[in-house]
Design a protein. Sequence first.
Length: 265
Amino acid sequence: MRLIISDKNIGHLAAFFIKERLNAANPTREKNFVIGLPTGGTAVDMYKNLIDLYNKKEISFANVTTFNLDEYVGIPKDHKESYHTFMEEKFFKYVDIDKSKINIPDGNASDLLKEGRDYEDKIKKAGGIDLFIGGLGENGHVAFNEPYSSLNSYTRDKQLNTNTIIANSRFFDNDISKVPKTAMTVGIRTILETKEVLLLVTGEKKASALKHLVEGAVSQAWPATALQFHRKLVVITDEAACNELRVGTYRYFKKLKDEFSHLYA
């Protein structure tokens, strides 16, 4: 695990991290670079920075295949709060990605179990995910793998935790009755099988979750802790999210900052 503790803009750092990995891979039409993409507030800032890099011709998505982490069950794809809409409005329509290479779980599939299996098959046929980008929930969820999710899970439908529903109500007129109660999500095992994971963690509300991720025992109560087993996990975080880390832990990772100093340019 690498923890980048920064007072810089997290979305900016994430975009430059992606640029570095994508350009180093030098993808082709035959061999795409495969990215797992998130939604959420921090992701919006990351996408703005990626669009800026694209407009400056410093990055291209022409040879990129994407797999989104999740989607609500039961709302239309064109609903203003669907993740299909989010990705189109915040990112896809501004860059040169081939729309046929965009993959988002179908929350309206007639057979959600089959949809999950098919999604995993698509990932395998694409050669696996090269870089998975995600956030960290206040309760330790990653994607929509809520507390007590199986740590050996693949893509499937998952009932959302009450705290997650309440947190997401801000996108649904602060009315929890409008928030979908179920979502399709990639599983913990799906994430563990990716080649590299980048987690973006910001704000004091995430401090407890980050402490468990970095210092805690692996537990279904905090699903993201399973990522301790990942062979290549990078976490970009801010000072506020580090408030509950032990002083020694904080100092150790703070010293590693120079290893990623080129991201601060």
